[in-house]
Write a protein that binds this ligand. Structure first.
Ligand SMILES: Cc1cc2nc3c(=O)[nH]c(=O)nc-3n(C[C@H](O)[C@H](O)[C@H](O)COP(=O)(O)OP(=O)(O)OC[C@H]3O[C@@H](n4cnc5c(N)ncnc54)[C@H](O)[C@@H]3O)c2cc1C
Length: 333
């Protein structure tokens, strides 16, 4: 075991996976988080927690799909709560062209007609004439996954300190992995915030096994079934670092789309509404920036759950063998 202490700063999804992976590789690790309550100030608490490398390829660079596919295996090896039911993508009758466009931009799907869709997802019976089915994708309920990872981090021997605000200083024999999300903006030129609003609805009148993406030219939406009658409805993508409450306009869009997906959502209870700010670089691809004895892991944008496990492996490989994937690493010293 190395004697050098590795301090991971930030207990969001990025920091949790970094701490867990490094501890499992035999490093002495501590994890510092500024908030007193777990996940109280983390964008990660707002995620739908879909692992959707194929669907996200509609707008993301190919490396997101490549790294994301590796992460799905890492999640499955670690967390028993991963639901491997795939993703369904549908469009209303007037928006059929959106389905054609989405199919053109992505791969890894089967085309389903109405009968096949009804057989796979009876809760949508009769509602859509066609769908795209991405069977290799997965999802989970984000809060349960975050708490599970925190437990796994502690069980792996990591010293976890909440209410610990990192000052930016690096001690003599210390290595820092900075996973502060948007709070690291002052140290990472180009890092920006992308606001995402979401709602959690509760109803026993809708039964879905997998995330459903409803395409629309202006308001594409997804619904993620989290179990126990809870559904995450998301998410807006707004160029803003405002983490304030959900706006009336966004609430109307999210609820209108959920209602269009299934009218029974009209009777659902709104259990929670909120906005998180995703940290992102200009190309929306994450970066591992090595600067002296600090390694910044940031810019996970819409893909924190999807990419954190693989990024943690890349950092651990770098510390072990010096291996660098030039597509995500920037070594400045
Ligand atoms: C609405 C919404 C839906 C999303 N859905 C998905 C999805 O389905 N799938 C997916 O893969 N991704 C999704 N994402 C994206 C994902 O949530 C982000 O990519 C991810 O949360 C980024 O995680 P992070 O750990 O880098 O940052 P954060 O979660 O923000 O964590 C950073 C942590 O650092 C702490 N910190 C900051 N400064 C200090 C300091 N000085 N000292 C100590 N601690 C500090 C903060 O308190 C915080 O806890 C979604 C995001 C949003 C907003």
């Amino acid at each position: 075991m190395s004697t050098r202490i590795i301090t991971v700063v930030g207990a969001g999804i990025t920091g949790l996976w970094q701490a867990l992976t490094l501890a499992r590789r035999g490093h002495r690790v501590r994890l510092w988080e500024r908030s007193a309550e777990p996940f109280a100030e983390a964008a990660s608490a707002y995620a739908g927690a879909m692992l959707a490398p194929y669907c996200e390829a509609e707008a993301a660079e190919p490396i997101v799909r490549e790294l994301g596919l590796r992460s799905i295996d890492l999640w499955r090896e670690t967390y028993p709560g991963v639901a491997g039911k795939g993703t369904l993508v549908v469009a209303g009758t007037r928006d059929r062209a959106e389905l054609v466009r989405f199919a053109r931009m992505t791969e890894g799907y089967d085309k389903l007609d109405a009968d096949a869709l009804n057989a796979l997802e009876p809760g949508l019976e009769g509602r859509f004439a066609a769908a795209l089915y991405y069977r290799q994708e997965a999802h989970m309920a984000s809060a349960a996954a975050l708490h599970f990872l925190l437990g796994a981090v502690r069980a792996a021997g990591v010293e976890v300190a909440f209410a610990s605000n990192w000052s930016g200083k690096v001690g003599g024999d210390e290595l820092v992995i900075d996973c502060r999300g948007l709070a690291a903006r002052g140290d990472l030129p180009g890092l920006r915030g992308v606001r995402g609003e979401r709602m959690i609805l509760e109803t026993r009148e809708v039964a879905l096994a997998r995330p459903i993406r409803l395409l629309h030219p202006r308001h594409p939406l997804y619904v993620v079934p989290w179990g126990d009658g809870r559904f995450m409805v998301g998410a807006t993508v707004i160029e803003s670092d405002d983490a304030g409450p959900v706006t009336a306009r966004s609430a109307l869009e999210l609820l209108g789309s959920a209602y269009a997906l299934h009218p029974a959502f009209g009777e659902a209870q709104i259990v929670e509404m909120g906005a998180g700010v995703r940290p992102a670089f200009a190309d929306n691809v994450p970066k591992i920036v090595v600067r002296g004895r600090t390694i910044h892991v940031n810019g996970l944008y819409r893909h924190g759950f999807l990419l954190a496990p693989t990024l943690a492996q890349l950092v651990a490989d770098y510390l072990g063998t010096g291996t660098v994937d030039a597509r995500v690493f920037r070594v400045e010293t």
